[in-house]
Write a protein that binds this ligand. Structure first.
Ligand code: UDP
Length: 450
């Protein structure tokens, strides 16, 4: 599958997480429709998921394998963040960085017109620039959280961010500082993760976002990072049975028998796991609220998530131990709320399918995304105590707010936002293509390739 005459050739290189690879893939699909030739580079295990999702559809994306060095403890099935035991994340990050030279060789071999890189690999941007290829940063995180962390980096303050509603709680600040997640990610070579990664991007930054929700924060981020931000829209995979396999049919049948808007979908993303105690509080909250539910309760190595579903409630709910077909569940008419950790893709999908949010953020950008959802009037947060813990009564109150007391308002607002997002989605790819083409053409004049 070689590039056709006149096609612009783009190498795309996401971080090794599901929540990064798949937005990159959706962007890649959009570009191929606009006569770009796309190479998507990742580890073998991630490329297997990509192949499954492409499902033999004739989409001209060339998959390029990134060879990670073999490290003890890191067999190839852990060359992805999906299902990796959390203590191996630093090892995965280390192996990823050690692949820098191999990636440089890939660039030299393919000689693309442009590199689209992710936030964890400044070395990839540098390798491209060194070979005369313009690097463009594509952020799969939202504008608000990036603006919030960039503001903290620039002004050394959490509490002066120019919005009273986007604030961290004390326990979240303590956790951020302890984890070093606020402005840098351990082992990223620059030291200043957020700041440095923008500066390496050639003129523009692509961001998985839409102005209807984040316009003012997008403008603020643009002024902080001194780059023009180009929103890509929500980048959701299309297709009616996306991700639903035979194991899911029973659950989907069960869902089909529930009343419209009656069911809470509970999932904390691809790499977050709640403790047994927290699960018990969620179970209590479900018991008190009486709502139907689908609960994705996975544990790191695919074992028993430890969720205890009270006996009497079994006909009220389904517990999924593996990977859930989230898009198919959220778009189902029986679903009326999404209890989520507020990963950016989950918040985006919630709006895309018009489902109000019950927010239970844990770390990184999740608290900011949760505050944004509350600010937009599309969800509520489960209250937490001083120490960051939550209890069953708080869970039940939040569910009740979304399913009973504020039901009409939440549904209306999320529906309105969804409409605006869809309008932007239609136009976003044209703007992305225009900007990338402009930079490639300029780069051809500016840079001298061998
Ligand atoms: N996801 C899914 N099934 C699961 C868990 C997650 O399809 O059982 C998908 C979900 O639809 C979303 C992504 O994985 O697209 C998770 O991304 P998000 O940014 O919400 O959270 P992260 O996993 O990055 O923390």
């Amino acid at each position: 599958m070689n590039a056709k005459q006149g096609e612009l050739r783009v190498l795309m290189f996401p971080w090794l997480a599901h929540g990064h690879v798949f937005p990159f893939l959706e962007l890649a699909k959009g570009l191929t429709k606009k006569h770009f030739h796309v190479y998507l580079c990742s580890t073998s295990i991630n490329l297997d998921s990509v192949k499954n999702s492409l499902n033999n559809n004739d989409i001209p994306i060339e998959l390029v394998e990134l060879p990670l060095p073999s490290l003890p403890d890191l067999p190839p099935h852990y060359h992805t963040t999906k299902n990796i035991p959390p203590h191996l994340m630093p090892t995965l990050m280390k192996a990823f960085q050690m692949s820098a030279l191999a990636f440089s060789d890939i660039i030299a071999d393919l000689k693309p017109d442009l590199l689209i890189y992710d936030g964890f690999q400044p070395w990839a941007a540098r390798a491209a620039a060194a070979q005369g290829i313009p690097p463009i940063f594509f952020s799969t995180s939202g504008s608000t959280s990036l603006a919030f962390f960039h503001h903290h980096h620039t002004h050394k303050s959490w509490d002066t961010f120019p919005s009273d509603t986007i604030r961290l709680k004390e326990h979240e600040k303590r956790a951020m500082i302890a984890a070093g997640e606020s402005i840098k990610v351990k082992n990223v070579d620059d030291g200043d993760f957020i700041f440095g990664i923008f500066k390496l991007s050639c003129e523009i930054v692509l961001i998985k976002s839409y102005r209807a929700l984040e316009g003012k924060y997008m403008d603020y981020l643009s002024s902080l990072c001194e780059r023009k931000l180009i929103p890509t829209g929500p980048l959701i995979a299309h297709g009616d049975d996306e991700g639903v396999d035979d194991r899911d049919l029973e659950m989907m049948r069960w869902l089909g028998e529930r009343e419209e808007g009656s069911t809470l979908y509970i999932s904390f993303g691809s790499e977050n796991y709640v403790s047994k105690e927290q699960m018990e509080e969620i179970a209590k909250g479900l018991e008190v609220s009486g709502v139907n539910f689908i609960w994705v309760a996975r544990s790191p190595a695919g074992g028993d998530g430890g969720a205890s579903v009270p006996e009497g409630r079994r006909e009220k709910g389904v517990v999924v131990r593996g990977w859930a077909p989230q898009a198919a569940i959220l778009r189902h008419r029986s679903v009326g709320g999404f209890m989520t950790h507020c990963g950016w893709s989950s918040v985006t999908e919630s709006v895309y399918y018009g489902v109000p949010v019950v927010a239970v953020p844990f770390k990184a950008d999740q608290p900011v995304n949760a505050r944004l959802a509350v600010e937009a009037g599309i969800g509520v947060e489960v209250e937490r105590g001083e120490d960051g813990g939550f209890d069953g009564d708080g869970v039940a109150r939040a569910i009740n707010e979304v399913f009973v007391e504020g039901r009409e308002g939440f549904r209306r607002r999320v529906g309105e936002l969804r409409e605006k997002m869809k309008v932007e989605e239609e136009e976003a790819m044209d703007e992305v293509v225009k900007e990338l083409s402009r930079i490639i053409n300029k780069g051809r004049q500016q840079y001298t390739k061998d």
